[in-house]
Every structure is written in structure tokens, then in C-alpha cells.
Design a protein around this ligand. Structure first.
Ligand code: KIV
Length: 279
């Protein structure tokens, strides 16, 4: 396992599962926030394609491009010294074949400075997972609610509630493990199904809306910290209300600018003669 101050690497997650140490993962999209979460000790920073919704104001993740992901991933990588950095492969960057997938994932590693990529889907993408892993690009899988499949699913809904869906998801999880995935995100599935998959796999599971039995948990940081003002799923726990803090600070700033209280002499640049004058 990574020692104090050392960068967390892909094999460390497997060791954490073995040692029963839960993996804490949050999303990040810029260097400043990444630096704060990294210094606080987060294990994994995911540059999620949730970027489209919580940062860029889109109504789904489908409009996120590889260029956007590279841009934000590089910023996160600049901000974080210790966390493992995983970047989402956005919609249509791995669906058209293994060569495209390798080229696109390679850009996230080479230009975005990610250590690993995440992709949505199970058995249908195992060829891609194998090829990326063989090319030296570690892959995190993603099963359950797949936001890139929002149109097929007919909305953002829980998955795996029927016996058939649950068995299919478990089979997909095994297929990803066999194809070389180093971890798998389980999104919005029943806690009992997450417990089953976590028990059956040797690679770690990271849950989001999947109950307490996974090997780790991930949340969208803008949801968890109260920054995102749109719809927030019920499974999210709000650890801070930064939206309210920022709104309050903004009102205070506006009042002081309008009232002339800011800038005071303390925040003004002194002339050379003043600065040099003896106190
Ligand atoms: O894009 C994202 O933020 C994600 C998480 C919800 C796991 O994929």
C-alpha cells in the first residue's frame, strides 16, 4: 500500500480491498478543488464526465468531448500530488472499436496525465478493456445506472432490481474482472446486489447509490459539497453547503463594494513613498 505522502497507484486499490480498508473517491474537475481534496487525504480523484452537468451546465453527459476531458484532467493532475487520478472516457470515444479506444484513452494518459480511465458497460466492452489493459492503460469499469445510456434507460433510474437484471449485472462484473479491469463502479443498484458482487469479485467495487457493502464509495463532489444547484439524487449525503457559503460571501462583497467599505486602505496599494515611510 502507498506509504504516507506517496502517490496512490492502481495496485494499491487491490491491496486496500485485501486489507479491508475502504476506498474514498470523489470527482474533481479543476486544480484548486483537486488540491484541497488531495491534501485532505482522498484516495482517488475521478475526472468524471459528470463535468458536463455539474460544471458546464449541460443536461446530460453526452455532450462531453475528449478535448474537454483532457483539459480538465490535466488541471486535476496539476492540483493533486497523492491521489490516483482516473478519467472518464466520454461518450463515443470507445464505442467504435479498439483502435479508437486506445488512441483516445492514450490522450487522457499522455496529455491529461490520468493514471487510469473509466468506461461504462460490461461484457460488450471487454475487448476494449483487454486491449487498453494490454496497452498499459488501467481500466475501471462502471455498471448499473450508466449515464451515457440515459436515452436507452429512459432516464436516470436504479438498475438490478429484477432477478434477470441482477444476474446480468453480476455476469458483467465478472466479465470485466476477467478482461483485466482493476475496479468497478456500481451505480444505483440495490445494496444486496452490491454486497453479492463485492463478495464475488477479487477486484474492488466502488459504490454510488449502491449501499454500504462496496469496497469504496464515490460521490460527485459538487453534490456532496452543496455546490450543484440542480437535481441531486436522494442517495447523496451533503457534507457541506458551499453554495450557501458562496452566496453569503457574494452578498457581503456586493454590499461592501456598493457601500464603499471595500477596498479599505488595508487592501489598497500604497505609493512607493508611503510604503517606504518609517512607521
Ligand atoms: O461522471 C461521474 O462523475 C461518474 C460518477 C458518478 C461515478 O461516473
Amino acid at each position: 500500500m502507498a506509504k504516507e505522502g506517496e502517490r496512490i497507484r492502481v495496485p494499491d486499490l487491490l491491496e486496500m480491498k485485501g486489507a479491508g480498508r475502504k476506498i474514498a473517491m470523489l470527482t474533481a474537475y479543476d486544480a484548486t478543488m483537486a488540491g484541497i481534496m488531495d491534501a485532505a487525504g482522498i484516495d482517488v480523484l475521478l475526472v468524471g464526465d459528470s463535468l458536463g452537468m455539474v460544471v458546464l451546465g449541460e443536461d446530460s453527459t453526452l455532450g462531453v468531448t475528449l478535448d474537454m476531458m483532457v483539459h480538465h484532467c490535466r488541471a486535476v493532475a496539476h492540483g493533486a500530488a497523492r491521489a490516483l487520478i482516473v478519467a472518464d472516457l466520454p461518450f463515443l470515444t470507445y464505442h467504435t472499436g479498439v483502435e479508437d479506444a486506445i488512441r483516445n484513452a492514450g490522450r487522457l494518459v499522455q496529455s491529461g496525465r490520468a493514471a487510469a480511465v473509466k468506461l461504462e458497460g460490461g461484457a460488450a466492452y471487454c475487448g476494449v478493456v483487454r486491449a487498453l489493459t494490454d496497452a498499459g492503460i488501467p481500466v475501471m469499469g462502471h455498471l448499473g445506472l450508466l449515464p451515457q445510456h440515459v436515452h436507452r434507460l429512459g432516464g436516470y433510474r436504479a438498475v438490478g432490481k429484477t432477478r434477470d437484471e441482477a444476474d446480468r449485472l453480476a455476469a458483467d462484473a465478472h466479465a470485466l474482472e476477467q478482461a483485466g479491469a482493476f475496479a468497478v463502479v456500481l451505480e444505483m443498484i440495490p445494496a444486496e446486489l452490491a454486497r453479492r458482487v463485492t463478495g464475488e469479485l477479487s477486484i474492488p467495487t466502488i459504490g454510488i447509490g449502491a449501499g454500504p457493502h462496496c469496497d469504496g464509495q464515490v460521490l460527485v463532489s459538487c453534490d456532496a459539497f452543496g455546490l450543484f444547484q440542480g437535481f441531486v439524487p436522494r442517495f447523496v449525503k451533503r457534507y457541506a453547503d458551499l453554495g450557501a457559503v458562496i452566496a453569503q460571501a457574494t452578498r457581503a462583497y456586493i454590499d461592501e463594494v456598493r457601500g464603499g467599505a471595500f477596498p479599505s486602505s488595508e487592501h489598497s496599494i500604497a505609493a512607493a513613498s508611503e510604503a517606504a515611510a518609517p512607521k
